[in-house]
Design a protein around this ligand. Sequence first.
Ligand SMILES: [Zn+2]
Length: 313
Amino acid sequence: MLATNVWRRALGVDRATVIESVEFDEEADAVVIHVRPRRTTKRRCGLCGRRAPGYDQGEGRRNWRALDLGVTLCYLQGDAPRVNCPEHGVAVAQVPWARHGAGHTRDFDDQVAWLVTHTSTSAVGEVMRVSWRTVGSIIARVVADARAMKDPFEGLVRIGIDEISYRRGHKYLTVVVDHDSGRLVWAAVGRDKETLERFFDLLGKERSSLITLVSADAAEWIASVVKERCPTATLCADAFHMVAWATTALDEVRKSIWRNARTIGAPRLIAHLKGCRYALLKNPDHLSERQKENLSRVASVNKTLYRGYLLTE
Ligand SMILES: [Zn+2]
């Protein structure tokens, strides 16, 4: 007798899946569970889930790898008929236990996707007994599924736009982050107007108008696209670049004073400036007593330099 409820629990399938029989396939050295969708979930397009007239039997019965039963491999086996969807044309019918186009059950996919966020792809492949390539296609499927359920652009108010280099600075990505959630929202190869325009095309007019703040580096191509696509947003410099620019500017001021002092031959000023470079570049909370002294000397000796210092803080 088949304890259907026990099997359903063990396999993690709900009542939309009918378990017909269970056998041990000696040749495949695996448990094979014969399944079919319940009548109400039959004949739906695998792409959109809408009801559609039947087309043919497709390629007949097929296997979906399920999570192992202890140490034994396990497959769900069922028909994979095709339907004729008014929107998608001929497509394999939806099955309740797996994603469209998958060779693995939903739970198997989910477990692989969870594991790759915690360990290497090769380790996941080994423990789940699938190829490296299969791990990749499972990730793509789970991500696409999650994306379809949640709009990554929803509720964007404060964003950051930046460019990052890869392949040792030979190639660039334009990335968009959500400052409120800290999430990466979008990324694409390239760093120019056209690349960033693609992001705003996807975002659409309505959602672009809800953006209040955009942080970016000083790149002109970013500024011009932001100005055009979300004119109501405030464009500001991001903290990282602010500090970098201010530090560079401060060092420039210090160098020019140093050069002047040398040209006019002011040995006392040169002596005072010596050793204050690190005090100027350091976070004030981390200054040693001696460096603080240097700084106060800078304050009295040269107003321009000290003003530069105050600006960076
Ligand atoms: Zn469809």
